[in-house]
Design a protein around this ligand. Sequence first.
Ligand code: SAM
Length: 236
Amino acid sequence: MIKHKKEFSRRVKTYEQHAIIQKQIAFELTSLIENLKFNTVVDLGAGSGEIYKHLKTKPSLFIAIDLSEKMCEIHPKEPNIELFNIDFESSELDNILNRQKVDLIISSSSLQWCNDLDKFFEKISHSSSVFAFSIFTANTFKTIFSTTNLEPIIYKKELLIEKLNRYFNVQTLFTKEYKLNFYDKLELFRHIKLTGVSGGEKRLDFKQTKELIQNYPLDFLEFEALFCVATTKNLS
Ligand SMILES: C[S@@+](CC[C@H](N)C(=O)[O-])C[C@H]1O[C@@H](n2cnc3c(N)ncnc32)[C@H](O)[C@@H]1O
């Protein structure tokens, strides 16, 4: 099983309570497209439905896709919503995208888990008129990485920008930094676990974790998200 699938399923209840930054990012992403009208929307890594909840004008068809069965269970259920418990990197997404005209493909805080971003962007670039997403960059938890000398496992913003320009006509592109404050360090590190943002990847042993908690110099966690609204090169 893909590690982060297990992690998101396990953390589903606590994700809902603790994913403050992800909820803020989903809100900011939907504000970027709020003046546009879409009939059919596909949400990749839809989770508990933050995107759907924030869309001011609900589309006639909203297709929510998520790898975690538990996340699908807590997504809003309405007559205009179709839910698919599938991997957005699988060929099942192709079938969905080929079935009807999709006006908007949207994704918030989920694509950092994409294993083959080139293949994925290539696929999306053939399929939709508008692609709007937010993605965590390698600057997320940057002081944790510099304190432990570990390399971030998610994409650097420079690489993301290079790939986006290869496949899309980029209309909006910016990064934004966030800080989440904590009263104590244990609570800070618990947050990482509770929101599943580490993807379930355990890279430190007990001694290293203890050292990190002792040596981490901040009382906040750092996040950086890249926001993008793009159209495909084929269509514009
Ligand atoms: C951080 S949550 C974001 C959820 C929601 N978009 C939001 O903004 O709150 C990431 C979601 O992506 C899903 N996910 C991760 N990799 C996926 C994949 N390859 N295919 C489908 N869903 C995936 C996870 O199960 C999880 O629900």
